[in-house]
Design a protein around this ligand. Sequence first.
Ligand SMILES: C[S@@+](CC[C@H](N)C(=O)[O-])C[C@H]1O[C@@H](n2cnc3c(N)ncnc32)[C@H](O)[C@@H]1O
Length: 269
Amino acid sequence: MEPQLESNLLNWNSRVSVHAKSRFYDVEGWLHNAPGPPPREVEALGDLAGKTLVHLQCHFGMDTLSWAIAGTNVTGLDFSIAAIDEANSLAERAGLSERASFVCANVYDALEALQRKRFDVVYVSLGSLCWLPDVATWGGIVADLLAPGGRLYLHDTHPFASCLDADGERVVYGYFEDPDDPQIFDSTSTYTDGEELSAIRTYEWNHSIDEIVAALLGHGLVLDSLTEHDWTAFQQFPWLEENGSGSFVVPEGRPRIPLSFTILAHAPS
Ligand SMILES: C[S@@+](CC[C@H](N)C(=O)[O-])C[C@H]1O[C@@H](n2cnc3c(N)ncnc32)[C@H](O)[C@@H]1O
């Protein structure tokens, strides 16, 4: 693996135990309530009971297992062994192991790691594409993971928001992908509450909306919808306001900017 991805891997391994204990993820509450997928995902994907879904960059599997609760046969893939161990343990505790499996691999090795299996749905959730230097190659992997007629659900941070500094006040990073010019961060903190991280250096890459869409169309997928949202799921900037239902929005009086986006696409039948 490239040194920059190695560094990210160390950082992600160090985040897992912090996240699993955090109020942000609230694992005990999740186990108690056993929520299925959020309504907006069900609205987008419908009833997936009995279908197969692969979640790329699944972290410790909460989003993945929410679909298992809805009866979907889920596979999560992440390069962090700490995340995969935690995901397996969460599946066990939730009684979902029969419908859920987790694989430890780099996204770029997903086809081999998943033995070239094809899925009804490829699912990618918030905070994923910024960890990948090259979105065009990712688009080919998504296309090769989809069964004929299979669908992609991608919800991620909007690349415009990723151009802003930590205060969300100034454009300081490029909008377009440049594999040779990552954003480099040294931080002991993460987006959840909890203790300091032991591995602090990360490398992130922005990809424009155009580059993400081109990555999918260029590999034969059909775009069904692209929606830009004025909300996200974490306190990306200090001035974002929690709206009472778990989303963070731009307060009144500030220009509305896109904070996340959703793409739905499908493979030809
Ligand atoms: C922000 S998390 C995804 C979070 C997910 N939406 C959630 O809240 O559970 C990003 C995940 O990407 C994984 N990741 C980063 N780079 C990766 C790579 N090259 N291959 C596989 N997984 C990767 C990290 O280990 C981490 O679990």
